[in-house]
Write a protein that binds this ligand. Structure first.
Ligand SMILES: *Cc1c(COP(=O)(O)O)cnc(C)c1O
Length: 385
């Protein structure tokens, strides 16, 4: 009997310890971890530079209310805002909370309430972010949704043009849809979104919760496309596993989030902030980002070379170390067989195997992972014929 609500379709793996790209379970079995949590442990498990800063903060103080001057928050906010070319940060504890802040701020700043999101998007599980999410399965059984959101097919300019009007407060999107199946935004489409936002005085909100903090080889994925968002939201990779989320916005938005307008007891917790500062200092370094780009390019090429000819592989897609393998086959079965072989990977959408290896994975570890994927997919390609 479990005393947990059964909200997760749990795997059979019970972790005992984890370091770098490896995780060891309670039976002593070792796994190569290409999940990084879900794009959380971007520097691998227990990165030393993060651990050092967290331990230092644990010896200073753990928590004070946000009524205090928390200088560590100022340091973290400056690093984060500068990397995004934005100006102001609100710290929360999770992705959904960061999106909640963005939704509230966009409505307050524009005085409008309609927000456009996209089919197959994922923005979280709270009442507003569930409604923002463009997937029916996430909303089933929860009754009527907030009427704020209108859903448009992703990468479809014409549909967006039809949905836009003066009542739109914001358009919110992922430049690569993560949970929805690693769907990469089309450059022309993304620029059109930005243009339409400007035309109708709507805010452009980019949800970088999965794509952000180096995952795609730039600090934030929107930077691959040269976009100019009003707000971005960040969480997963920000604290290397310590819970932290952030909403980052342009300077003119500050006046709409004055004292009493929004808040969080735990948001910007000093220990999580220490983890975030160390994580960002490592990842936002130019040389580190360049290394991610080279390694991820080699990884994707090798993945294509070893998998593309297999009949069950339909497409390999993604950017940087956010990769989807679109498969004709039963994904849960494939994931279980990969775990048996000692490789942890995720699913996304209906038919995609999602790879989010740590950005610090070595070439050898990445090759080992490809070999295991090729082995399992080859076996299934044979049975498919
Ligand atoms: C994971 C995720 C969220 C939700 O983050 P939580 O921390 O689970 O609340 C929101 N948006 C995107 C794109 C995500 O990948």
């Amino acid at each position: 009997m479990s005393y947990l609500f059964p909200t997760y379709a749990k795997w059979e793996v019970a972790p005992n310890s984890a370091k770098g790209t490896y995780l060891i379970d309670e039976t002593g079995k070792q796994y190569l971890d290409f999940t990084s949590g879900i794009g959380v442990c971007n520097l691998g498990h227990q990165p030393q530079e993060v651990k050092d800063e967290v331990l230092k903060q644990l010896d200073k103080f753990w928590h004070v209310s946000n009524l205090f001057q928390i200088n560590q928050q100022e340091t973290a906010a400056k690093i984060l805002a500068t990397a995004a070319n934005l100006d102001a940060v609100f710290f929360a504890n999770s992705g959904a909370e960061a999106n909640e802040a963005a939704i509230k701020l966009a409505r307050k700043a524009t005085g409008k309430s309609k927000i456009i999101t996209f089919e197959k998007s994922f923005h979280g599980r709270t009442f507003a972010t569930m409604a923002a999410t463009g997937q029916d399965k996430i909303k089933q059984g929860f009754g009527t949704m907030l009427e704020t959101f209108v859903y448009v097919p992703y990468n479809d300019i014409t549909s967006l043009e039809q949905a836009m009007d003066e009542n739109v407060a914001a358009v919110m999107l992922e430049v690569i849809q993560g949970e929805g199946g690693i769907n990469v935004g089309n450059e022309e489409f993304l620029h059109e979104v930005e243009k339409l936002c400007k035309k109708f005085q709507a805010l452009l909100i980019i949800d970088e919760i999965q794509t952000g903090v180096g995952r795609t080889g730039k600090p934030f994925a929107f930077q691959h496309f040269g976009l100019d968002p009003d707000i971005i939201t960040v969480a997963k990779g920000l604290g290397s596993g310590f819970p932290i989320g952030a909403m980052v916005g342009k300077a003119y938005l500050k006046e709409f989030f004055g004292p009493g307008s929004h808040g969080s007891t735990f948001g910007g917790n000093p220990v999580a902030i220490a983890a975030a500062i160390a994580t960002m200092n490592k990842i936002f370094d130019k040389e580190f980002l360049e290394e991610i780009n080279q390694k991820s390019q080699a990884f994707t090429e090798e993945l294509e070379n070893s998998l593309q000819q297999l009949p069950i592989v339909k497409e390999i897609k993604g950017l940087g170390f956010m990769i989807g393998i679109d498969i004709q086959g039963d994904i849960p079965t494939l994931l279980a067989e990969l775990r048996e072989e000692g490789l942890l990977v995720l699913s996304a959408g209906e038919s995609v195997i999602r790879l989010l290896p740590p950005l610090t994975a070595s070439i050898e570890e990445l090759k080992e992972g490809i070999n295991l994927i090729a082995k399992v997919l080859q076996k299934h390609s044979l049975t498919a014929i």
